[in-house]
Design a protein around this ligand. Structure first.
Ligand SMILES: NC(=O)c1ccc[n+]([C@@H]2O[C@H](COP(=O)([O-])OP(=O)(O)OC[C@H]3O[C@@H](n4cnc5c(N)ncnc54)[C@H](OP(=O)(O)O)[C@@H]3O)[C@@H](O)[C@H]2O)c1
Length: 341
């Protein structure tokens, strides 16, 4: 922003028809966030790196609905790590030059821009000894895993994580272990070594076994089930009557974006047990920014209890390739994109 504080370099889209990655344009004159007066509760961050989440393409690709949430041209991306460039008048605890990481709510200034405006509630200081690249993986996936798991368990509880090898799952396994839980997770055989390294005690290969049946065979032992996959297997929630403790909870993290997927999750939520629905407590989860939660995750990083799992790091100019990779649905941990430098 030094030459012209009103503009910056950014990947932007105005439409996502046919896939957001096909519509992204790298421009050097994108409007910069609040060049004259930063809102009082906002921190302006020069992005060093960002990491992608499925919502970064799912939201723009919602069509008309997405326009109600984000006006275009917009830059995608919610998660970042970088250096504070300026702070709003009511912000305390940060000053220019501090290294921070975190998550923004969807808006037109995404993390694929040179600068990102972030509410103070959505950021925390990068701890000593942790790289900005690693810190940029935390945002959405870290908060999601933390908020689904940590408030719902105590040491010694058994947790099942459906989908342990992606962004939310790889953090989820590590957070549950940091709290002292026993972790069972599902993944394909190629990812077993990874999830075991992250701390998983038991692994169910979803390509070879029926996950619901494998869980039922263990009896009512789990305090918590976290579903990062959606509708595979379709009866995962109903089967929870047999594998979750009576006081156990089922956290539904995602909905598969298909008619069948939405119908499945709606039925999970609305069908009463006397009509064949599940009996266990079900919560549909939505990520919330929380400085306190980010600070705890940062502490675990600093203590070496939690590590970033990075599948691949892309240069800023290769952002569309990073989206292509994420959209395969096969990513191990996170996909990171370097800042525009
Ligand atoms: N509600 C919210 O606020 C919220 C917040 C964050 C994320 N989400 C949603 O949560 C979901 C997960 O997010 P994410 O970032 O973890 O996604 P991701 O990183 O893209 O997940 C990819 C991983 O899922 C594994 N996988 C795919 N199908 C599987 C199956 N049937 N069983 C077990 N593992 C399977 C893949 O492993 P293989 O290659 O072995 O298949 C891959 O490692 C997404 O749908 C996302 O939109 C929602």
């Amino acid at each position: 922003m030094s030459d012209n504080p009103k503009t910056m370099k950014a990947w932007v889209y105005t439409s996502a028809a046919g896939g957001v990655e096909k519509n992204l344009k790298l421009v050097s004159d994108a409007s910069a966030p609040f060049p004259e007066a930063l809102p009082k509760d906002v921190v302006l961050v020069k992005v060093h790196s960002s990491s992608l989440n499925p919502v970064d393409y799912k939201l723009p690709e919602l069509g008309l609905l997405s326009r109600l949430i984000v006006c275009t041209p917009a830059s995608p991306g919610l998660d970042f790590a970088g250096v504070v460039a300026a702070v709003g008048s009511a912000v305390t605890g940060y000053s220019a030059g501090d290294k921070v990481f975190g998550r923004i709510e969807p808006n037109k200034y995404g993390t694929l821009g040179e600068y990102v405006p972030a509410k103070a509630e959505g950021i925390a200081l990068v701890p000593e000894g942790v790289s900005l690249e690693d810190a940029s993986t935390i945002g959405t996936a870290g908060l999601t895993a933390f908020q689904c798991i940590v408030p719902n368990v105590k040491a010694g509880d058994k947790v099942f994580i459906n989908g342990g090898s992606g962004g939310t799952g790889s953090f989820g396994i590590q957070f549950a272990k940091a709290v002292g839980c026993h972790v069972t997770t599902s993944c394909s055989a190629k990812n077993e070594e990874l999830v075991r390294k992250l701390g998983a005690d038991e692994v169910i290969d979803y390509t070879k076994e029926n996950v619901s049946e494998a869980l039922k065979a263990k009896g009512q032992v789990f305090k918590l089930a976290v579903d990062n996959i959606g509708s595979t297997p379709a009866d995962l929630y109903k089967a929870a009557d047999h594998y979750l403790l009576p006081e156990g909870k089922f956290m539904q993290v995602t909905v598969e974006m298909s008619l069948g997927g939405v119908a499945n999750v709606t039925s999970r939520q609305l069908r009463p047990s006397f009509l064949g629905g599940g009996k266990r407590k079900l919560e549909f989860y939505i990520t919330k920014n929380s400085h306190k939660d980010l600070e705890q995750i940062a502490k675990w990083f600093e203590e070496g209890k939690v590590k970033a799992v990075i599948d691949e790091v892309f240069q800023h100019e290769d952002a569309p390739k990073a989206f292509e990779k994420l959209k395969t649905g096969r990513v191990k941990g996170k996909v990171v994109i370097r800042g525009s430098a």
